[in-house]
Design a binder for this molecule. Structure first.
Ligand code: NIG
Ligand code: FE
Length: 422
C-alpha cells in the first residue's frame, strides 16, 4: 500500500540528520520544508521533498491526498498517561473547586485509592472497551503514540489485570503503545503504617511476575511528599533494575522530594511533573540522559504553579510535555491543549511546544528511533492540519481541534465514532 501526500504548505519537524532530542536554544528550531510532498509505503515514510522536484520521481501511489493550505507534522507522542481507569472522579473535582488540595483529598481515601478500590471489581472487558474509546478520542486530536501506566491496582492480581489490558491495547490499536508498571503509585490503606510490607510485595511478587510475562516496558514510582520517599523509591527501582526495567518516574510534583536526583541516579528515561525544580535540580539534569517531562494539564487542573520551563530551556535542557491523562489530576488526553498551556502558562514559544510533544516526548517514551519526526525510514504516524495560517496558530487557537486527518502506520484513520467518551 502506498500513499502520496502532495501540495503540503509546510512539513514541520522534517528531519534529514537524525537527532535524539532538541535542547536549549535548539528547541526553538523546528525544521520546516515548504510546499512539499511525502511518500509513504507499507506504513513507513519512504521519502519527502519539495513539489518542484516531485515530477522527477517515478511514483504511482495507491492513493493521493492533496494537502493544499495544510501543514503536516509527526503525530504527537504522549509519553505519560494513566488512561486505563475504571471511572471518572467528578466528586473530587467539586471538592477541589470548594478548596480541598490534592493531598487532602488523597488523605481522605480519595484520589488514587478511590480509583484503586473501583479497579478491584472492574472487568478486563470493560476496562479494555473504555480505554479503546479513549484511544479513539486522542487519535482524533492527533496522538500517534502513548505511554500507559498501571497503578490503580495496588494488589498483585489487579496490577497484572491493568497491564494485561494495556498489552491487549497494544495488539488492537494502531497507536504505538508503551506500558509502565506503577505499582508504587500510592500505599494501599492497610499498608499506611507498614510501607515496607507493601514494598515487599512490589519487590518480591509483582515485579518478578510482570517481568516473567513481559507486561511492562518501564517502571515508575510516585516519589513525592506523602507518597514514596527516596529510600522507598530506590528499593523499588533496584528491584526493577534486576529485570531490566528502566525508570520513568513521577517526581517533584508536590515538593522538592529528591525525585529528580533519584531519577537521574537510576538513569531514568524521564522524570515527570517537576513543579518543584530549582537551579540545583537543573544542574543535575544537565549531565544526564533523563528527559525532564512537564505535565501542564495537571498543574492547570489542580491550580498549581507550573514547572519553570523557561528556566530549564534557557539553561540548556531539553523539555518534553505530555497529558498525564487520568481521572484525578488531568482528565483530558488532548495534546493540542497541552501545547497551548506550554505557550500560555509556561512561556514556551510555539516551536518549542511542538518539539516538546514530538521528538522530545518520543525520547521520553523510548520511541525516538521510529517516531517523533518526519524522516525517511520512520513510521508513518502523521497528522495533517486543517487550513491554518501559521505554526503559531496551533497553540494559539487553543479551544478547537486543528487536525483534519490522522494517518497511523500509513493508514488514514476513521473519523471519531459517535460513542467515544472523554
Ligand atoms: O500523575 N501524581 C500522581 N499520579 C497521577 C494522579 C493520579 C490520580 O489522581 O488518579 C498524576 O497526577
Ligand atoms: Fe502521572
Amino acid at each position: 500500500m502506498s500513499l502520496l501526500i502532495k501540495n503540503i504548505k509546510s512539513i514541520l519537524q522534517a528531519e534529514t540528520v537524525p537527532v535524539k532530542w532538541r535542547a536549549g536554544d535548539k528547541m526553538s528550531i523546528l525544521p520546516t520544508l515548504e510546499n512539499g510532498w511525502i511518500w509513504i509505503e507499507d506504513g513507513i515514510i519512504k521519502a519527502f521533498g519539495t513539489m518542484k522536484y516531485l515530477d522527477q520521481q517515478d511514483y504511482h501511489p495507491n492513493s493521493t491526498i492533496d494537502a493544499t493550505d495544510r501543514m503536516v507534522l509527526p503525530a504527537w507522542c504522549d509519553s505519560h498517561t494513566h488512561m486505563v481507569f475504571p471511572e471518572t472522579r467528578e466528586i473530587e473535582y467539586i471538592n477541589k473547586i470548594k478548596g480541598l488540595s490534592y493531598e487532602e483529598i488523597a488523605k481522605r481515601g480519595g484520589g488514587i485509592l478511590n480509583s484503586a478500590q473501583k479497579m478491584q471489581a472492574a472487568s478486563e472487558e470493560k476496562l479494555l472497551a473504555d480505554a479503546l474509546k479513549r484511544l479513539d478520542l486522542i487519535t482524533h486530536y492527533g496522538t500517534g503514540a502513548v505511554e500507559i501506566k498501571s497503578g490503580y491496582g495496588l494488589t498483585t492480581s489487579t496490577e497484572l489485570k491493568m497491564l494485561r489490558v494495556i498489552k491487549k491495547l497494544k495488539s488492537l490499536s494502531q497507536l504505538t503503545i508503551k506500558a509502565t508498571f506503577l505499582g508504587a503509585h500510592a500505599f494501599p490503606a492497610k499498608y499506611r503504617e507498614n510501607h515496607n510490607g507493601y514494598i515487599d510485595i512490589l519487590v518480591n511478587e509483582m515485579i518478578p511476575k510482570i517481568a516473567e510475562e513481559h507486561l511492562a516496558d518501564y517502571i515508575d514510582v510516585f516519589c513525592d511528599k506523602g507518597f514514596y520517599s527516596v529510600d522507598e523509591t530506590e528499593r523499588v527501582l533496584d528491584a526493577g533494575k534486576k529485570y531490566g526495567l528502566r525508570p520513568k518516574i513521577h517526581a517533584n510534583e508536590l515538593d522538592f522530594s529528591g525525585g529528580i536526583e533519584t531519577g537521574v541516579k537510576y538513569d531514568a528515561l524521564s522524570v515527570d511533573h517537576l513543579e518543584f525544580t530549582a537551579e540545583e535540580q537543573i544542574k543535575i539534569l544537565k549531565n544526564s540522559h533523563t528527559m525532564p517531562t512537564l505535565l501542564p494539564g495537571a498543574a492547570f487542573f489542580l491550580g498549581m504553579n507550573e514547572p519553570p520551563a523557561r528556566l530549564m530551556i534557557n539553561s540548556g535542557l531539553p523539555v518534553a510535555m505530555a497529558t498525564d491523562y487520568n481521572p484525578g489530576s488531568s482528565p483530558s488526553g488532548n495534546m493540542q491543549f497541552i501545547i497551548a498551556l506550554g505557550a500560555i502558562r509556561m512561556r514556551m514559544i510555539p516551536e518549542e511546544t511542538i518539539n516538546a510533544v514530538t521528538i522530545n516526548s518520543a525520547y521520553a517514551m523510548g520511541v525516538n528511533d521510529t517516531l517523533g519526526t518526519i524522516a525517511a525510514g520512520k513510521k508513518a504516524n502523521i497528522i495533517i492540519t486543517k487550513k491554518i495560517p501559521t505554526v503559531a496558530y496551533l497553540p494559539y487557537a487553543y479551544g478547537d481541534n486543528k487536525i483534519e486527518t490522522v494517518i497511523l502506520n500509513g493508514k488514514v484513520q476513521e473519523p471519531l465514532s459517535a460513542d467515544a467518551i472523554t
